[in-house]
Design a protein around this ligand. Structure first.
Ligand code: KG4
Ligand code: ZN
Length: 346
């Protein structure tokens, strides 16, 4: 569908609406962000202690027109200069995904541009290509988002092998649930990050679940339960709960496992480059520990600015560029897939 000539720029208009951020971006050649507009609904969902799917969909509908128009305006671009329209089509909240997908389809159809559906986690991984314009596969990527904890071997652009994933709760989810238990507002990850800095990470011995020998899978539900049990027991016994220490000890337990498994994945695949992606990879302690571990092993680490770690459309625009080059275009019947697997084509 593309008739790309050498030297032509590929300019993607990308849309992301899989959870509680309505975002649109214009990205050139997969690496240069011309605009990245993010309209966050966090303040609305905060009242309920988490994302309310129905409200998220309604807010996306209210915002998407303006967000897309602003993205084009901020990039000083018109639709005629756009090479393709990209959109997240899974995983995520189905109603939320459908808003972005329907909008993208309508714009692509009306402007006679190709449509490219993008996997949300592929987008998170590709944020590394924006942050560091010289970053190239192969590398191991630790993905820590609200809903997913994955260790991915990025063999080449658009080629992913999942080496391990969570068998129950995602790390981000554990952060949010523990934060709630110690009365921190939603989203809990950044709050725990801040509070943990004031606590003693060795004060409470929470479990590090490594699973079977050599497994690169994760499990965080036991850790979450251990924190909840600790809090209940302390309350019952009338013991003082030092939230800073709970946050720091919990965070240490999560980070230890994430770092150990990432280094093991590199050794397994004989890869010396490590990247991180997703909202949880904004965690300052994880970044510090991963940096130390990579230095100790002689590995190169790439991290992404916090604004590109959490949900945004620029990362979708980057992923779409590489899919565009590989000739992946979608039909008008593309649907939203709430549980789409990385690397799966539907
Ligand atoms: O990638 P993301 O924006 O959305 C999903 O795709 O799920 O990730 C959101 C998650 C939330 O669970 C949030 O608590 C977590 O990322 N998060 C953090 C930090 N910033 C965001 N977790 C730990 N430390 C942070 N600094
Ligand atoms: Zn995400």
């Amino acid at each position: 569908m593309s008739d790309l000539k050498q030297g032509d720029d590929v300019i993607i208009l990308a849309i992301e609406s899989s959870c509680d951020e309505t975002s649109a971006a214009v990205v050139k050649n997969g690496r240069y962000v011309l605009s990245n507009v993010i309209s966050s609904q966090i303040d609305i969902h905060k009242k309920y202690g988490g994302v309310v799917p129905e409200i998220a969909s309604r807010k996306h509908i209210e915002n998407i027109d303006y967000v897309v128009m602003d993205a084009l305006k901020n990039a000083n671009t018109s639709l005629s200069e756009i090479s393709a329209i990209a959109v997240t089509y899974g995983p995520g909240l189905v109603g939320a995904l459908l808003v972005g997908l329907s909008f993208a389809k309508a714009v692509a159809f009306a402007s006679n541009k190709p449509l490219i559906g993008i996997h949300h986690i592929e987008g998170h991984i590709c944020a590394n290509y924006i942050e560091n314009q010289n970053w190239e596969p192969p590398f191991i990527c630790l993905v820590v988002s609200g809903g997913h904890t994955h260790l991915v071997y990025v063999k080449d652009y658009c080629e992913y092998e999942i080496l391990g994933k969570t068998r129950d709760d995602a790390a981000g989810e554990a952060f949010d649930k523990v934060a709630r238990a110690i009365k921190l507002p939603y989203p809990g990850g950044p709050e725990i990050d801040k509070l943990a800095g004031k606590g003693d990470s060795g004060s409470i011995d929470f479990p590090r679940v490594l699973l079977e020998n050599e497994s690169l899978d994760f499990s965080f539900s036991g850790l979450k339960s251990a924190v909840l049990n600790y809090l209940n027991k302390a309350k019952m016994m009338g013991k003082e709960i030092v939230s800073e220490n709970v946050a720091a000890s919990f965070q240490q337990a999560v980070v230890d496992v994430l770092v150990i498994k990432t280094i093991a994945a590199c050794k397994k695949k004989n890869v010396t480059k490590v990247a991180m992606a997703g909202g949880g990879s904004a965690n300052s302690y994880l970044r510090k520990c991963m940096k130390d571990a990579c230095e100790m092993n002689g590995f190169i680490l790439n991290t992404v600015s916090p604004i590109l770690c959490t949900d945004n459309a620029a990362m979708i625009g980057s992923a779409a560029y590489f899919e565009y080059l590989s000739g992946k275009f979608d039909e008008w019947n593309l649907n939203a897939y709430p549980s789409l697997k990385l690397g799966e084509r539907v």
